[in-house]
Ligand binder design. Structure first.
Ligand code: PLP
Length: 444
């Protein structure tokens, strides 16, 4: 197979070099060129690449059995991973269901919510309110809950069209409200939407506690989270957190929800949960929700590969790495360092309009005018161009052009949680060079 010939197809035709190997925060292509994986792939490789302890534990499991169907056998890796997940999660979330990816996790969370409503005599509840913008996955159910037009539009006629509320893009607001008031104002949009939809028909509210690709690491004011929880409780609406990207330690807590001391009813995990060692995801929910479902005939849902022992052995080894090497604390500490260095870049690059995020789920946004937050012209293609310049320099970052109803170029800087301060300086050096080249290009 040559560099240009391929029978595969993905989203685009952008040719990329062949990957050779990974080591910690670095990836190497077949020519020997080294890249810093400053986006952990797609915010996946939380413990870095090719961790020898994880590989050894996977190999040990491979030598025993790579698959045993969950209806035929219990397995130690799946039981142990469920127990460890519950132990690392706030109280009240103590039942686990495994899947193989983020879209599956979101769909499973919604289907558990629906079956719980049926099992408790609330069969009219079927609407799931989500946010705009948001990203919850590509399968039909998850896509219907996703607020991202380019992915939705081709398939819109094939979906029901679940209700949406605006995600709090507070950094764009120019009103006189305090942060706290803004948080409440955005949260109250949920109440309005529940009233409009008919309170006894609303099953759940689904949100990313910190947006990933959708909003570029957007963190809402604290008041937003507590008010959302209150509104869901008041209406008997289940609160589902999509922590596919923000979970498994990325934001400096195991779940991002812990930053606000609120407990969602169901949490969806994937990405960093398997950390690139195996396709793996999970939903975590309270026994309060799960037991009525099991008592009324069982959860009518499941995937063939769910809970397979090899993926679970990998997931267990990943959680052990997080714990044994204090990687969640490191994400919190290094996140502060990286964020401060990104903020310092704003002094030299007026096109950086905003730096945001928590832990190592960080992003910056490029704008034409920092005061008005006007985006760069669309045909400058900043989100793609800066990524390409960085890639040539050996720095991998992740970008999107979307923010609420208007466009904007944001760039996620989300290195593996094992990152050290000298490695952050390597990222900053390359990013600085890439920004300088991009600034020269647009000035020309
Ligand atoms: N939810 C969130 C918040 C995500 O970021 C993603 C993927 O980017 C998904 C769900 C979908 O996950 P997957 O691509 O593994 O199906």
């Amino acid at each position: 197979m040559t560099d240009t010939q391929s029978y595969l197809f993905y989203q685009t035709r952008t040719p990329r070099p062949f990957l050779d190997r990974g080591e910690g925060i670095y990836l190497y292509d077949e020519s020997g060129k080294r890249y810093i994986d400053a986006s952990s792939g797609a915010m996946v490789s939380n413990i870095g690449h090719s961790n020898p302890r994880v590989l050894a534990k996977m190999k040990a499991q491979m030598d025993k059995a790579t698959f045993g169907y969950r209806l035929h056998f219990r397995t130690h890796p799946s039981e142990d991973l469920a127990a460890k997940t519950v132990a690392m999660t706030p109280d009240g979330l103590d039942r686990v269901f495994f899947v193989s990816g983020g879209s599956e996790a979101v769909e499973s969370a919604v289907k558990l919510a629906r079956q719980c409503a049926l099992a408790t005599g609330q069969g009219r509840r079927h609407k799931v309110i989500s946010r705009y913008p948001s990203y919850h996955g590509c399968t039909f159910g998850a896509l219907d809950l996703t607020g991202y037009d380019p992915l939705r539009e081709p398939f819109a006629p094939m979906m029901e069209g679940m209700p949406k509320v605006a995600a709090p893009t507070t950094y764009l607001d120019r009103d006189a409200l305090s942060e706290e008031e803004r948080g409440i104002r955005y949260a109250e949009l949920l109440r309005d939407k529940i009233e409009e939809a008919g309170p006894d028909t609303v099953l759940a509210f689904l949100m990313e506690p910190i947006g990933g690709a959708s909003t570029g690491a957007l963190v809402a004011p604290d008041s937003y989270y507590t008010r959302i929880r209150e509104i869901c409780d008041a209406y008997g609406v289940l609160l589902i957190f999509d922590e596919v990207m923000s979970g498994a330690g990325r934001t400096g807590k195991f779940l991002a929800a812990e930053h606000w001391g609120i407990t969602p009813d169901i949490v969806a995990l994937s990405k960093g949960f398997g950390a690139g060692y195996a396709p793996l995801g999970a939903i975590i929910a309270g026994a309060r929700l799960v037991e009525p479902v099991l008592d009324s005939g069982g959860f009518q849902h499941g995937f063939t590969y769910a809970g397979n022992p090899l993926a679970c052995a990998a997931g267990l080894a990943v959680l052990e790495e997080l714990e044994n090497h204090n990687l969640i604390e490191n994400a919190a500490r290094m996140g502060e360092v990286l964020k401060a260095k990104l903020q310092a870049l704003m002094a030299r690059y007026p096109i950086i309009g905003d730096v945001r995020g928590k832990g190592l789920l960080l992003a910056f946004e490029l704008v034409a005018d920092r005061e008005t937050m006007q985006p760069l012209p669309k045909d400058w293609n900043a989100h793609a161009r800066l990524v390409e310049i960085a890639y040539d320099l050996g720095l991998i970052i992740y970008s999107r052009r979307t923010r609420g109803g208007i466009e904007g170029d944001h760039f996620l800087i989300c290195p593996p949680l094992v990152i050290t301060e000298p490695q952050i300086d390597e990222i900053m050096h390359l990013l600085d060079t890439a920004l300088a080249r991009y600034a020269e290009e647009i000035a020309a």
